[in-house]
Design a protein around this ligand. Structure first.
Ligand code: CMC
Length: 446
């Protein structure tokens, strides 16, 4: 919960300050002085509009192209303190959620704002389990993709297509429609992801199995072949569940900001979530764990690590899976994932030599001033790719695996945005840098 005394920081989190007060701003262009209110360690950009050099001046704008120092909303969903390496959902530390909860319960927590009692959790689980099927026409439309279509491209367009199957979802004021969209999207995302995977392999799509848990059903839709019923390995089920808890929300990241911005136009939630999938598809957002595996492949053996690290220091390489815009400390998610790598390797029986390289690379980087001085620590992607690889999930699918759990975060943020009386359509300003008032030049004179 956002406290009165906290403020958003460029570390993406909240710094404890006694934040109420004001600024006295003198506009040296005019000599005028203004009082600007500070609430939660934040000034309102609109308060600067009154600062003008003349009556017809538009007023002062603030410029922040990547929103690096701009809070775009108030939110009570996820708290991050990047300096301390803290991540909490609705106030609950990520470590406790990963130890004691399940992804579906965390999804409930994100969406509803509190932990469910047993009845509420049962109802929620039942609802999601019973909306995992997609319309046959969705399945048929996925069959129309090329055999080698990128699974994220398939997911992106199919989530958008869901909008056409649920036209009632555009009634944003209808609480039941909003709730059903949340349930349907969380329920169907694993189905679409698994269909995309099977499509790439040329295998028949496997329908959801309502007798299985949320991650267990996913494993079944992924791996089931001729078995009458698929029995997921509980260790893999749990590892996947923990990975999904870890990826469920991360406050105002690129894809969440996209969902909120697109959703602010009052489009239906399927279209808004499709915008989130599109943002996640970009390599700067969802693709780093794939790059980590490529890096470990290139390093080849533990003996090559010193040369590789020298290459990083000489700026010929980047240590993928290290560093974070928000965390200037060990990413708490990386610490948790690391614990599960061995478990998954044990369960799958995969001996992955990359694990030894990764562990040694981490050790040496954390012993090296170059990295510690810059506060470069492993992030969530350093080990997640190794888990996916052990599960035999191809690199193309990694971002899809991220989209499944992030759906709960996107929807919690979308609901919060809809309920926020301060929400208006997102519409930034610009600093115009082009020509003005040119005379049109006829074609024969250009
Ligand atoms: N390897 C080597 N040097 C690095 C790295 C790295 N991975 N990351 C940052 N640095 C250096 C950077 O060169 C700079 O050094 P100097 O001040 O001497 O020029 C200093 O550290 C500060 O870096 P920055 O580029 O200002 O940091 P940023 O906040 O803009 O970048 C980042 C954050 C995640 C893009 C970057 O750390 C990076 O490229 N990491 C590797 C890619 C990666 O693992 N991405 C996944 C992030 S986690 C995903 C998620 O949370 O969803």
């Amino acid at each position: 919960m956002e406290e009165e005394h906290t403020q958003p920081s460029d570390a993406g989190g909240a710094l404890a300050t006694t934040a109420r007060g004001s600024l006295t701003v003198t506009d040296n262009r005019t000599g005028e002085t203004y009082e600007v209110e500070v609430v939660d360690g934040t000034v309102r950009a609109m308060d600067f509009r009154q600062m003008k050099v003349s009556e017809d001046d538009f007023g002062l704008l603030t410029y922040d192209p990547a929103f690096t120092n701009t809070a775009s909303c108030r939110s009570a969903i996820t708290y991050i303190d990047g300096e301390a390496g803290v991540l909490e959902h609705r106030g609950y530390p990520i470590e406790q959620l990963c130890d004691q909860s399940t992804y579906l319960e965390v999804a409930y927590l994100l969406v509803h704002g509190e932990l469910p009692n047993q009845d509420a959790l049962d109802y929620w689980t039942y609802a999601i389990t019973h909306h995992t099927y997609v319309h046959e026409n969705i399945k048929n439309s996925m069959e129309g993709f090329r055999y080698d279509a990128h699974p994220m491209a398939m997911l992106l367009s199919t989530v958008g297509a869901l909008s056409s199957f649920y036209p009632g979802a555009k009634n944003l004021d209808d609480e039941t429609e909003r709730y059903m969209a949340v349930v349907r999207l969380i329920a169907k995302m694993p189905t679409l992801a698994a269909f995309a995977y099977r499509h790439n392999l040329g295998l028949p799509y496997v329908y959801p199995d309502n007798d299985l848990s949320y991650p267990g059903n996913f494993l079944s839709m992924f791996y089931k072949m001729t078995e009458v019923s698929y029995e997921p390995d509980p260790r893999l089920e749990r590892a996947l569940d923990v990975l999904w808890i870890l990826h469920a929300d991360h406050e105002q990241n690129c894809s969440t900001a996209a969902v909120r911005a697109v959703g602010s136009s009052q489009v239906d939630p399927y279209s808004a979530v499709a915008a989130g999938v599109a943002a996640l598809y970009g390599p700067l957002h969802g693709g780093a764990n794939e790059a980590v595996l490529g890096m470990l492949d290139r390093i080849q053996t533990v003996d090559n690590i010193p040369d590789f690290l020298q290459g990083v220091k000489d700026r010929k390489e980047r240590l993928m899976g290290f560093g974070h815009r928000v965390y200037k400390n060990y990413d708490p998610r990386a610490r948790i994932i690391k614990k599960h790598v061995d478990e998954v390797l044990d369960a799958t029986g995969v001996q992955n030599p990359k694990l030894e390289i990764a562990q040694e690379l981490e050790k040496r980087a954390l012993d090296d001033e170059y990295f510690t001085e810059r506060k470069l620590y492993p992030n969530v992607d350093f080990y997640s790719g190794l888990i996916y690889e052990a599960l035999n999930i191809p690199a193309d699918m990694f971002t899809v695996m991220f989209a499944i759990p992030r759906t709960a975060g996107w929807l919690a943020q979308w609901l919060e945005m809809l309920g926020d009386p301060e929400t208006k359509i997102a519409r930034p300003r610009q600093i115009y840098t082009g020509d003005r008032e040119l005379d049109y030049v006829p074609m024969d004179q250009r």
